[in-house]
Ligand binder design. Sequence first.
Ligand SMILES: Cc1cc2nc3c(=O)[nH]c(=O)nc-3n(C[C@H](O)[C@H](O)[C@H](O)COP(=O)(O)O)c2cc1C
Length: 189
Amino acid sequence: MQGFKEKGRVNTQDTAAIAVETAIRYNTDIVAASNTGYTIDALLEEKKKQKYTGTIIHVTHAQGFVKKDENELSEEKRQELLEQGVKVVTSGHALSGTERGISSVFKGAYPVEIMAHTLRMFGAGVKVCVECALMAADNGAVSVSRPVVCVGGTGGGADTVCVITPSYSAKVFELKINEIVCKPLLIEG
Ligand SMILES: Cc1cc2nc3c(=O)[nH]c(=O)nc-3n(C[C@H](O)[C@H](O)[C@H](O)COP(=O)(O)O)c2cc1C
């Protein structure tokens, strides 16, 4: 595994290069988290550079995540990415969603959010990779029968690549993390 000294956006281009190399190695598609399309642009640049022919599946934040009736991915950018062959998935977050609606009213600890926090022990990006694989599968954008390359980050951009065999959120424990290819080392100081 390649370990990054820092977490976050600074690793986006390196992470995109590793994601595409890994997708070529596994002969598979890429599922990537992106709020605005910034990470997807980095992946499209690498796709061209490495002559990668697979599909990029872009998982956005849920509608209304920041502002009611809005999405951080502008309509204009969504259209631009669709025209470049990117599949775009916008849906409820598989590792918070309805449960966050409950915890924000009743307070307390609930199982799905505990799962999310446990996955964050590997770094936020690993949790995001798992969540996006579930969301892509629930939306029919990927098969649950073969591994895909997943890309996540910490707050913005990309810093993590995992190879994951997806599952549907209703069968969450059937999801398998096959390989963690790169992530921040999370060593403080
Ligand atoms: C569904 C979803 C869930 C996310 N959850 C988290 C999270 O729990 N922690 C975190 O640091 N980033 C989270 N992110 C942010 C991503 O890891 C990534 O950094 C971001 O989507 C990249 O956006 P950009 O391409 O616009 O920079 C999430 C993104 C998406 C789409």
